[in-house]
Design a protein. Structure first.
Length: 474
């Protein structure tokens, strides 16, 4: 694909009448670019202009119109394109009415994928997306140092990439973390796609587990997709792999050879696996060593699989020396089993990213010790029964907080858990309670198993606040 220029962009959008739902981080540069091109832009948002702040007032001064978002309302006549923010459900009546009238429904990410000339790689999944995306970007950066290519990392993490599309070329790489919210209505696929795993998640937003799985599958259903990397042992992803005609690379940290992972009818698929402390890749013909497990700085089997996913996505684009250097030097992403400090002989870890029960279960396995676990937040309508068993087996004590504290406590009671359980509704007090329970040599782990939205704007804010509290302990 040829590079897009500002002139091409301006000619494409001049005179169009566009509605943008949501004035969040990714839609702000979109709004600015559309208006600069000469489009008539209407922004619909649940917040007032004052609440949206200076950037909204700046856009209003440039001619952008703002109005309240009414999910059951209707777009004004004359609008030809509607950009949906990921957090707004495509089933909202306003959106369905617009589509029925012939309005084109799209998104900032879909537009970006249609424009960028760079080689695109997309990662989705219930857990591990951010770490895998970061690892993939770092490995490609090592390879790009030899070729002069540039590597851009974005999507559901980092800064929006749309404004940078004008500088991208065909020799560059774009690595995207993609959420189910983003993928639901996408009609574009990245060139290489990965689904790390699928487990119940976001069921307070999606209508069903089936809808959630369909959204994840949408990453690989469109013509640009040319490689699918996925989990051999996850029941959802293995089923998806069976039903795709794309070239495949399976991975599993719980399998020792290709034969135990690749179905006979997928005879040309590659496989990444772990045997006797060594990660191997088998391309269907020969086996070769990728990395010694002890050289991977990241802890836990889940991070072995995140690393495998990144290597699979980079196969043929990078060399062994590239992923070896990243493996030996990358300590992890903030808020993911992040060591905070040692206070009075107690280790504190921040894993605020753990917004689902499966993430907390993985964190407990990776930590390889019995911590005092701080759990709770906003419920995502995901069962806590498996979490309760993990907490009883691997925690020395549990402190519950937030809106979901009662639900987790009920799951622990149903499981007949013997682990000591403490309940403190207010987050700061819960952190202090966990600290008071700890003795020298103990570990306190923030791993909420829930979203942060009952108290905080996002998991990053929750994690930073936890770190500030811990560092201020006397």
């Amino acid at each position: 694909m040829a590079a897009v220029t500002r002139d091409i962009w301006n000619k494409t959008w001049k005179g169009h009448s566009v509605a943008v739902i949501g004035f969040g981080i990714s839609n702000r540069p979109l709004t600015r670019l559309l208006r600069q091109a000469g489009a008539d832009v209407l922004v619909l948002d649940g917040k007032t202009l004052e609440q949206l702040g200076p950037s909204a007032r700046e856009m209003e001064a440039a001619g952008v119109r703002f109005a309240p978002y009414d999910a059951d309302g209707e777009l004004p006549d004359g609008i030809d394109t509607l950009f949906r923010t990921p957090g707004v459900k495509p089933g909202d009546l306003l959106i369905r009415r617009a589509v029925a009238k012939g309005v084109r429904l799209t998104s900032e990410m879909e537009l970006f994928l249609s424009l960028t000339p760079a080689y695109t790689i997309g990662i989705t999944g219930s857990d591990g997306k951010t770490t895998t995306t970061t690892l993939t970007g770092l490995i490609l950066e090592q390879a790009a140092a030899r070729t002069g290519a540039r590597v851009y990392v974005g999507g559901n993490i980092g800064t929006p990439l749309l404004e940078r599309v004008f500088e991208m070329t065909e020799k560059d790489f774009v690595v995207l973390e993609l959420s189910s919210f983003q993928l639901m209505t996408m009609t574009q696929s990245p060139r290489r796609c990965a689904i790390t795993n699928i487990s119940p998640n976001h069921l307070n937003w999606h209508q069903s587990m089936e809808e959630y799985v369909r959204a994840k599958c949408n990453i690989l259903l469109h013509p640009d997709a040319s490689l699918f990397v996925t989990n051999a042992c996850n029941p959802y992803t293995s089923e998806i792999a069976k039903n795709t005609d794309l070239p495949l690379i399976y991975f599993s940290a719980y399998r020792r050879d290709r034969q135990s992972m690749v179905p006979p009818f997928k005879g040309e698929a590659g496989a990444l696996y772990l045997r006797d402390g060594i990660i191997y890749y088998h391309d269907g013909k020969t086996e070769r060593e990728i990395l010694r497990r002890e050289d991977l700085l990241l802890p836990g089997q889940h991070n072995v699989e995140n690393f495998m996913t990144a290597v699979g996505l980079c196969m043929g684009l990078a060399e062994k020396e590239d992923w070896e250097k990243v493996a030996k030097t990358f300590p992890g992403v903030e808020h993911r089993l992040e060591f905070v400090c040692n206070r009075a002989g107690v280790d504190y870890f921040n894993s605020s990213i753990d917004s689902s029960p499966s993430r907390t279960e993985a964190a407990l396995k990776a930590l390889n010790r019995r911590p005092i676990v701080l759990c709770g937040g906003q419920d995502k309508h995901v069962p806590f029964d498996s979490l309760a068993l993990a907490l009883d087996r691997q925690a020395s004590a549990v402190v519950l907080t937030g809106q979901a504290r009662g639900l987790i406590q009920e799951a622990l009671v149903r499981a007949g858990a013997k682990v000591p359980v403490y309940v403190e509704s207010e987050f700061d007090a819960a952190v202090r309670l966990a600290a008071s329970l700890a003795k020298p040599g103990d570990t306190v782990l923030l791993s909420p198993a829930c979203t942060s939205f009952d108290v905080f704007s996002n998991f990053e804010e929750r994690g930073r606040h936890f770190k500030d509290l811990v560092r201020s302990l006397q």
